[in-house]
Design a protein around this ligand. Structure first.
Ligand SMILES: *Cc1c(COP(=O)(O)O)cnc(C)c1O
Length: 299
């Protein structure tokens, strides 16, 4: 049996059946995959499988936000394997430096070397400049071609777990997860852009995978324009409501825009939705602090 064979591979998560008000859906629990969880675990599956090929002290160089889930996932991966992570951020504000918290703190605890860009045009230029011969460079958000491997596995896993036809939904940052899953899945995949708009998301996907065939991937629009990682009271209300009614914590940045989009477009789907929980709950620590600060009156 396919399912039996899959149990012997590295990564498998369960599927829950849930109801939010009158909305029935399946939830793929990639948030429960372990220390490195969610889509960052899927994205790193290739490196996880091939880690024996690298020597001790192998340098990984990446860049992005000092509170990103990608930073923590890479930090844990390097820590567990005696590799070294160098991660370039734009200037880190003095409050965070004095009061490390959230993903930034976790990454430091896992030994990441976090470098601020104060001399290059941007963080990517600085990260590229740090690369030596054998270093491995990882694009922001782990948007690498190697990530495809993990989604080929995820597509197989879903195929083995599901006895009915579903429509898959997952919100996008770089679009790496949605694009590679749609490429390999027999189920139709829907997403929405949480960074920029639909055109920006398409460009990101095309820069990852030239000539990408969008035929199995539908990009839906959120009901309004949400600026990336900015606190919105209605997203916070939705987060609390989902937590209370489904007994599950979702990510505040991507999942809340995802659920707004999903609920708004409910009529679009011909099959039951399988929502992929892409983890990243450590990222909520810093977002909750910002919500608390911004909407103190609504606590
Ligand atoms: C990184 C991340 C995303 C974005 O994934 P992409 O593959 O870049 O689209 C979405 N949700 C969570 C929780 C994440 O950590």
């Amino acid at each position: 049996m396919l399912w039996k064979r899959l149990k012997n591979t590295l990564i498998v998560s369960r599927i829950d059946s849930l109801k939010y008000d009158d909305f029935d859906f399946f939830l793929k629990r990639d948030d429960l995959l372990g220390c490195i969880n969610g889509n960052k675990a899927r994205k790193l599956a290739f490196f996880e499988k091939n880690k024996h090929l690298f020597k001790k002290g192998q340098k990984f160089i990446s860049y992005g936000s000092s509170q990103s889930n990608a930073l923590v996932a890479l930090a844990i991966f390097c820590y567990e394997n005696n590799f070294e992570l160098i991660f370039v951020c734009e200037k880190i504000n003095s409050f965070l430096k004095k009061n490390p918290h959230g993903n930034y703190l976790l990454a430091l605890e896992y030994g990441a070397k976090i470098v601020e860009n104060n001399d290059f045009l941007n963080k990517k230029a600085k990260a590229l400049n740090l690369i030596n011969n054998e270093d491995i460079f990882i694009e922001e958000g782990i948007a690498t071609k190697e990530a495809e491997f993990g989604y080929e596995q995820l597509a197989l896993e879903l195929d083995g777990q599901l006895n009915e036809n579903v429509d898959i939904f997952l919100p996008s940052g770089t679009g790496t997860s949605a694009a590679f899953l749609a490429k390999h899945s027999k189920f139709r995949v829907y997403t929405c852009a949480c960074v920029g708009d639909e055109d920006y998301l398409k460009k990101q996907i095309l820069s990852l995978n030239e000539n990408y065939d969008f035929s199995n991937l539908t990009i839906l629009n959120p009901p309004k324009k949400y600026h990336f990682a900015k606190p919105y009271i209605e997203l916070f209300e939705l987060y609390k409501d989902l937590k209370q009614k489904c007994n599950i914590e979702f990510d505040l940045i991507y999942d809340m825009v995802g659920f707004k989009t999903l609920i708004e477009n409910k009529k679009m789907f011909s099959n039951k939705i399988l929502y992929i929980h892409q983890g990243g709950l450590d990222g909520n620590i810093s977002m909750l602090k910002r919500y608390e600060y911004k909407f103190q009156a609504n606590k």
